[in-house]
Every structure is written in structure tokens, then in C-alpha cells.
Design a protein around this ligand. Sequence first.
Ligand SMILES: Nc1ncnc2c1ncn2[C@@H]1O[C@H](COP(=O)(O)OP(=O)(O)OP(=O)(O)O)[C@@H](O)[C@H]1O
Length: 246
Amino acid sequence: MKPYIEARQVSKRFGQHQVLDKIDLTLPAGMIYGLIGPSGAGKTTLIKSILGMEKVDGGTVQVMGATMPNRPVMAKLGYMAQSDALYETLTARENLTFFGKLMSVPKDKLSQMIDYAANLVNLTQQLDQRVSGYSGGMKRRLSLAIALIQDPQLLILDEPTVGIDPELRQQIWAELNKLKATGKSMLVTTHVMDEAERCDYLMLIRGGVALAQGTPADLKRQYKVDSIEAVFLKAGRMQDANHGNR
Ligand SMILES: Nc1ncnc2c1ncn2[C@@H]1O[C@H](COP(=O)(O)OP(=O)(O)OP(=O)(O)O)[C@@H](O)[C@H]1O
């Protein structure tokens, strides 16, 4: 079976600024892949390049065996962007209905999927409230519910848990793991180190360069430290030292 995502040597520049430098990423079925890095590292640009929303300057990207953008593949994936794109004057239910129809969720399944997705993100009680009255965290949760509405095989989630309280974050991660157990895959960006530890595989990215890639356990072993945060700091110092030597 082809990997869900296969990116080879992806490079991207904005003007003179090299934002991605020869990135390789392979996401097979049944895996949670974490992209972790500081603000401006290139995580969102990598995701947009994978989705075909940014044109790359070098390298190749395939999603489910297709070059993006590709409509049939888009229908099989759920994408949660970093900024919420919601209809503020509509209720959450109306938003979910709109996006469900857009994603061609069968009519007889739509209300069941809305209940499932709303329950997952703990919005069942507020489903019929207008989004304009939602807090930032509630909007994040609704965006996640929308990404799940067509029961996608592949989820691409850009900072899905920003503004979400720790208890609900735990629940969301538990659900992501359940989805994974059914063969679905997720590409998730995060700043939060304990979330990085929950991923099956990580790419540490800084200044558009993949500093390190591996399972959390492998990375800690390789860098001889006991946390992903420490791996990051050590890999970053090594990157700085190499730059200094140039
Ligand atoms: N359309 C654009 N035009 C010019 N520069 C851009 C554009 N989009 C992103 N950049 C630059 O590319 C770099 C990487 O941005 P990107 O949003 O991919 O980082 P990130 O790792 O997702 O950061 P954050 O965690 O803050 O979202 C940044 O320096 C950003 O300013």
C-alpha cells in the first residue's frame, strides 16, 4: 500500500527566504506524525505544500498516490487550518451541515456524523448557538469537528489544540489514538512538548530544516536526553554550531 503522504526533498522559498530546505516526510497508514518546531520554522508552509496550497520550488509531494491539489483525494482528508474559517453568523450545527454537504457526506449519515463530531470535541450542548458567541477554544474545537465530519482517512491538523483546556486535550488525543487504531493517519503540528511525546513519529523542524526525525524514544536515545524538549534544544545547538563553522 502506498503511504498516505510521501514528500521528497521539498524546498520552498519566499523571495530570498528559504522556508523549507529539502524536507522528506513519509506518512504510512495508522500513524500519528508530529511536526514540531518554533514559530516560523516552516510547519504551516510544509502542510500547505503537502496539500498543494503552496507551489514548491523543488521536490515532489504525493498524497494517497496523487499529486495535489486533487479533488477525490481532498474528499478523503480532513484539514484543520491554523486559523479558523467558520461562518460566524451561523450556528455550529449549521457550519457542520454546510461543510458536511460540501464534503459530500451522504444525507442519511450527516446528522449522525454531526452528533459524533460535536460529541468528540465536547460541543453537543452548544451546537445550536451562533459561532459569533463562541470563545477561541470553542472555535478551535468546532474546526476540529469540521475536519472530522466526512470520516476522513487522513487528518492534517495545524495546531489543533491551541486554546483547548488540558482535560479536553487529553480526550482529543485519546480519540486521535482510536482513529489511528482503525488505520487512519494524522499529521499534526504542535508547539506543546507533551503532545510531541504522544506522536508515533516526529520531525523536529527549525529554520526550514528537518533537524531530526524518528520516534520519540529513538530521538531521546540518539541525543542521550530524557525529553523531546531536550532533544530539540540539543539538535538546535548543533545546528547553530554547524552554521557557525560555515
Ligand atoms: N506567503 C508568505 N510570504 C512570505 N513569507 C511567508 C509566507 N508564508 C510564510 N512565510 C514565512 O515563512 C516562514 C515559515 O512560516 P510558517 O507559517 O510555515 O511557520 P510555522 O512553523 O507554521 O510557524 P507558526 O508555528 O508560528 O505557525 C516564516 O518566516 C514566515 O514569515
